[in-house]
Design a protein around this ligand. Structure first.
Ligand code: UN1
Length: 494
């Protein structure tokens, strides 16, 4: 019997009001149920928002360095439990163990990094234009923050949102993806163990339509921080607009690696394999387009396809596995649907292109690493985010064309160029329109202390991580103190 888990509302572990539940299963082995979770609806959301609202005043008045101490302790617990959590992550989400370890490490890094903000949360002081007057700006929290997170980084991405929101003095209602509720529960348990007071962070499990939607629409939620698909992100933004709510969105990508004719090809192939098939391509930063100079197209393609074909699919817990399963059946079918679209569009299938049902793979949701050649940049497989192990190769004549192709989707998260020519590298850094550009490295591997996010339909102008993380979760307040003891009129008396 799988263990039954609960929501965490106002400092108590509680069932959903309806009593309904859903299961979390192992995508590498459908018959393994990791837990049973409350299938929450608007009633649970209302209780959670009410609790968060009730605790806001005390939490915001707790000195920020004190708030932050909790997160240093949480970081220590994460370090201690890294291996256990990584193994659990691989079972719940599927990615191979070394990537799960990386996910936890990213969560640790973000937790420590943002805990440091407890002793900064910097504002500005600047001279006033009038004598005997003081001017400064400070950051203030917003109130109740809704954090809605995806399944592909079950610990890292929640830390990107929860830690800065809480260190800045907000209270939070956390609605994690329904595919990875167990890891979300573990993270909340760790934060409680570290000393977070009940009600400051509330956890509501469930589906987007039933729990996410009422959370986003709740009038007492001040800010929604969402990571997920562009379709859902648009819906979130529209709902927030109706109530003048703050919203931070981190959505899709169709990231390109440009491979120039002077590139170190082996290095570029390494980057393309890692970026394209790591996490089974289920990263918003995945390298799903390879934009390759025609002079090296044949050699690059050969090397890339040989490597792709040699990747071993399987349970991510096994040392021998290179690529784990995809998250669920719906995604598996969606990915396969794109293979059929690619074939219909006239692209040449080089490898993969099918669901793997052999041996151990029959137990889970496995898709063969897939590559298409002869791809035109306008094809749907070159434009739409597949979120699976599917990579398209687009030939180009020169750097100008490569950059044009790179910039030709509605997204703009990550990008990369492989070249040995410093001039070309700098042109790419200047002209690729994206939130992140790598030179001689793949499109994945963002570090927590730099801004993370994208242009166009990838985001809405915010950046998680970096010094910019705090901007999402605070408002600016400008303060003037006049100590002259008389009426002084700015812009008039000065
Ligand atoms: C995501 O795919 O949603 O740079 C985030 C990377 C990771 C984060 C990815 N550090 O690929």
């Amino acid at each position: 019997m799988a263990e039954v888990y609960r929501n965490y509302i106002d400092g108590k572990w509680v069932e959903a009001v309806s009593g309904a539940t859903f299961e979390s299963i192992n995508p590498a082995n459908k018959s393994e149920v990791l837990g049973v979770f409350p299938r929450s609806d608007h009633r649970d959301v209302e209780k959670a928002v009410e609790a968060a609202e009730a605790h806001f005043d005390r939490w915001r008045k707790t000195p920020a360095p004190k708030r932050a101490e909790i997160f240093y302790r949480a970081g220590e617990i994460l370090v201690r439990r890294r291996e256990e959590l990584a193994r659990l992550m691989t079972r719940e989400m599927g990615k191979v163990l070394k990537e799960s370890r990386g996910d936890i490490q990213e969560g640790i890094d973000m937790t420590y990094y943002i805990a440091g903000e407890g002793r900064r949360l910097l504002g500005e002081t600047t001279p006033a234009e009038l004598p005997n007057k003081f001017a400064m700006s400070i950051r203030i929290p917003l109130g109740v923050v809704a954090a809605i997170t995806p399944w592909n980084f079950p610990i890292a991405i929640p830390t990107w949102k929860l830690v800065p929101a809480l260190v800045a003095g907000n209270t939070v209602v956390f609605k994690p993806a329904e595919d990875t509720p167990l890891l979300a529960t573990r993270l909340v348990e760790i934060l409680i163990e570290a000393g977070l007071p009940g009600g400051v962070l509330n956890l509501v499990h469930g589906y987007g339509e039933e729990a996410g939607r009422p959370l986003v629409r709740h009038p007492d939620v001040a800010l929604v921080s969402f990571t997920g698909s562009s379709e859902v992100g648009r819906e979130v933004a529209v709902a927030c607009a109706e109530n003048y709510k703050r919203v931070s969105l981190e959505m899709g990508g169709k990231n390109a690696i440009i491979v120039m004719d002077d590139a170190s090809l082996d290095l570029a192939v390494d980057g393309a394999i890692w970026g394209g098939f790591g996490t089974s391509g289920q990263r918003c930063t995945a390298a799903s387009r390879l934009v390759v100079h025609k002079r090296v197209l044949k050699e690059f393609t050969e090397k890339f396809v040989n490597r792709a074909k040699a990747l071993r699919l399987g349970d991510g817990l096994l040392e021998t596995t290179d690529v784990g399963p995809v998250i669920n059946e719906a995604q598996l079918n969606r990915i396969h649907g794109y293979t059929q679209i690619g074939i219909k569009e006239g692209a040449e299938l080089l490898c993969g292109g099918g669901i793997c049902r052999e041996g151990e793979c029959a137990k889970g949701f496995f898709y063969l690493p897939t590559a298409f050649a002869e791809v035109d940049s306008k094809m749907r497989i070159a434009q739409e985010e597949i979120f699976g192990p599917t990579v398209v190769i687009i030939p180009v004549d020169d750097l100008d064309e490569a950059i044009e192709v790179c910039n030709s989707t509605k997204y703009g998260l990550s990008s990369a160029i492989y070249t040995q020519d410093v001039n070309k590298a700098f042109i790419a850094m200047r002209d690729i329109y994206a939130g992140i550009t790598y030179v001689n490295a793949s499109t994945i591997g963002a570090e927590v202390h730099l801004p993370f996010g994208g242009v166009r339909q990838t985001g809405n102008g915010h950046r998680e991580g970096g010094s910019t993380a705090i901007d999402i979760f605070t408002e600016w307040k400008t303060i003037y103190v006049d100590y002259s003891g008389r009426l002084q009129r700015a812009t008039i008396d000065a």
